[in-house]
Design a protein around this ligand. Structure first.
Ligand code: GDP
Length: 439
């Protein structure tokens, strides 16, 4: 997401890096380039105008005040303004003290509502909350089935009634059921249409009046660009929305709609969908998103993901073992499993500052899988003692993993190098205890 904008802005900052100080001249040029970059990223023109005016007026005051390098000053200005148009602070879902909290999902057909209902349920489950999904798209039996499948996958209850043709009644019964079974959160997946129409709005208003939801979240497809902003505006005017969930941000390299929606509708983005899988879903943090757009990486997200995924005990045990006997292929497999829990390797790399700007960095999920296949084709003994892997064993492993002897050789060499490095490290830091801590 935001790939093109990121590249353009990096270019602007790079040019400024050569300058000694910010002058009216170079600010003018940099601002002109930022303006073009935002417009090309499909950001609403009114939002761009406000953005540029703000950066410009602050930049002029900044020259006198700060003694930082020009590019640093300018990056900070652009960053702060991005945070501001993205909504300044993280807007969480307001959970009611007396459950269930009722969340109504609205939006056009195909925007990702049903998938998002599942993602939201998973998000709350991680937080130890119970959920009930309500299938309220009475026009498309397939949508009901899709939600049932998601419910099974997540082991969460789904309320549906394929016989009923009354969406309001289903919503009311769904909320009642959630109350009876003491669920924390009810998520109502309403019907969408290909275009906004009167009947859809009437139905949504009727559901809203009947269940009095705590949140009405508009699910917006980032791929449709500015249309998503216009549709959100109309939904907001017709029924009132409390938040936006942007889906398919993984697919939209421009991301202009996400940058415009808060400014245009006054409604904050609460979550973003960044893939089809149920865990490709994040709480929206304006400051982190701004850092990502600027290519400064997103260290905070990375650290949180790591904390969530890595079992501290498991990591400590491994460190102790590796410190004593060196690294073997079993340890590599275990490390891969830990990394995988954090998401795809490529998505993790994108979060690391600087790495996203290195085009020839040759680590991807495919390579990861190839290494795994090689290790899986080894016998347990070979995984423990790499030195016993001779020529005929290498041939067998290559055949078993669909790779070449050269690939197997490379991996064995890499393991040897890692062990050499570990030894150096160990000597430098003394005994295993200190070494463990460093790990
Ligand atoms: P609904 O008609 O609004 O209920 O939309 P669906 O939930 O059926 O989603 C429509 C399509 O969008 C499906 O193919 C989903 O897998 C896909 N989709 C939903 N969210 C995302 C997302 O965040 N990223 C990507 N790449 N695809 C998504």
């Amino acid at each position: 997401m935001f790939a093109a904008l990121n590249e353009k802005l990096q270019g602007v900052f790079r040019k400024l890096r050569g300058e000694v100080k910010l002058t009216e001249e170079n600010i003018k040029e940099a601002i002109k380039q930022v303006r073009i970059a935002l417009l090309e990223a499909d950001v609403n023109y009114k939002v761009v105008k406000k953005f540029i005016d703000n950066v410009q007026s602050k930049a002029i005051g900044e020259i006198v005040l700060k003694s930082l390098t020009p590019d640093q000053v300018f990056i900070k200005l652009v960053h702060d303004e991005l945070v501001s148009i993205l909504g300044s602070h993280t807007s969480k879902i307001n959970l009611k003290p007396n459950p269930p909290t009722v969340i109504m999902l609205v939006g056009l057909q195909g925007s990702g509502k049903t998938t998002t209902a599942g993602k939201l349920a998973k998000y709350f489950q991680k937080d130890g909350r119970s959920t009930l999904l309500v299938a309220d798209d009475i026009y498309r039996p397939a949508a009901i089935d899709q939600l049932i499948v998601l419910g099974n996958q997540l082991k969460t209850d789904v309320f549906y009634d394929k016989e009923s043709k009354n969406a309001t009644e289903i919503a009311v019964r769904g909320v009642d059921q959630a109350k009876k079974s003491a669920k924390d959160i009810v998520i109502i997946d309403t019907a969408g249409r290909l275009h906004i129409d009167e009947d859809l709005m009437k139905e949504l208003k009727s559901i809203k009046n009947a269940v009095n939801p705590d949140e009405i979240l508009f699910v917006a497809d980032a791929m449709i660009g500015q249309d998503a902003v216009n549709v959100a505006k109309q939904f907001n005017e017709a029924i009132g929305i409390t938040g936006v969930i942007f889906t398919k941000l993984d697919g939209d390299a421009r991301g202009g709609a996400a940058l415009s929606i808060m400014e245009v509708t006054g409604v904050p983005i609460k979550f973003v969908g960044i893939g089809e899988k149920l865990d490709a879903f994040e709480l929206f943090h304006p400051d982190r998103m701004a850092s990502r757009i600027l290519g400064m990486g997103d260290v905070v997200t990375l650290v949180e993901m790591a904390q969530e995924a890595i079992d501290a005990e498991e990591a400590k045990e491994m460190a102790t073992k590796v410190g004593k006997t060196g690294l073997d292929f079993n340890d590599l497999l275990q490390q891969f499993r830990m990394i995988k829990k954090m998401g795809s390797l490529e998505s993790i790399m994108k979060l690391i500052p600087g790495l996203s700007a290195m085009p020839d960095l040759n680590v991807d999920d495919k390579q990861f899988k190839r290494i795994e296949a090689i290790i899986y084709s080894m016998t347990p003994e070979e995984r423990k003692k790499a030195h016993i892997i001779n020529g005929s064993r290498k041939k067998r492993i290559a055949k078993g993993s669909g790779t070449t002897v050269n690939d197997v050789n490379k991996l064995i060499m890499q393991l040897e190098q890692m062990n050499k490095m570990l030894k150096k490290f160990k000597n430098k830091f003394g005994g295993t205890n200190k070494f463990d801590r460093k790990m």
